[in-house]
Design a protein around this ligand. Structure first.
Ligand code: FMN
Length: 194
């Protein structure tokens, strides 16, 4: 049997930033724990236009031609999803939000009839401040997107108080938590794909 496939999405416009470092720690632990094939996509390296709300995707295909052409089939085919992002103004970076909004194609399909169900997903989020509501907006958006994709919101890691690039390297607990998330997602992938 072939290894389960996970799509890992680095959502920050800052390369090798705090959220991508946590993502890489999770992926390292995941692939050490179990045979998993990883597709890692870095959102700022993609050309993704914002949704136009034209509703053309009700017919099954988006009218815009960009890197969503290769992302749509991946989102449909993979066995699991791992997204990492910073908090930007209590939400998600615009580049990642554009990817999410283009998921309107899946939303318009209705109750995810054609997508593999029970695919596990996880979300890693980083913010500079420490307020209790820091992650409310981004988590709600990711949960809503996962619903449209037929992905279960299996696990999350939320790290507060991290701002400058590389600051996460001084957060041993957060790095260990990311590795634990990676191992847990590997186990969930194994269970989901049988
Ligand atoms: C445009 C912008 C908006 C931000 N908004 C918030 C915010 O609302 N709350 C917060 O705690 N941090 C905010 N931050 C800080 C980032 O979340 C923080 O620097 C994070 O560690 C960046 O992660 P990254 O290195 O993965 O990009 C913002 C940063 C930028 C550049």
């Amino acid at each position: 049997m072939s290894a389960p496939v996970i799509l890992a999405i680095a959502g920050s416009p800052r390369r090798q930033g705090n959220s991508e470092t946590l993502l890489d720690a999770a992926l390292f632990a995941m692939t050490a724990a179990a045979p998993v094939t990883v597709h890692k996509l870095v959102v700022p390296e993609l050309h993704i236009l914002p949704c136009r709300a034209c509703d053309a995707c009700r017919s099954g295909r988006c009218v815009q031609r960009d890197d969503m052409d290769r992302l749509y089939p991946l989102l449909e085919a993979v066995d699991g999803l791992l997204v990492a992002s910073p908090v930007f103004f209590m939400g998600l970076p615009a580049q990642l939000k554009a990817v999410i909004d283009r998921g309107q194609l899946f939303w318009n399909r209705g109750p995810q009839a054609s997508l593999p169900l029970r695919r596990p997903g996880a979300f890693i989020a980083v913010g500079a401040t420490r307020g209790s509501k820091l992650f409310v907006g981004s988590v709600q958006t990711i949960r809503c997107w996962f619903d449209a994709l037929g992905v279960t919101y299996h696990r999350e890691l939320k790290v507060r108080g991290v701002d400058a690039r590389g600051a996460i390297l001084g957060e041993a607990q957060a790095l260990a938590d990311a590795q634990a998330l990676g191992r847990d997602l590997a186990a969930a992938l194994g269970a989901a794909t049988g």
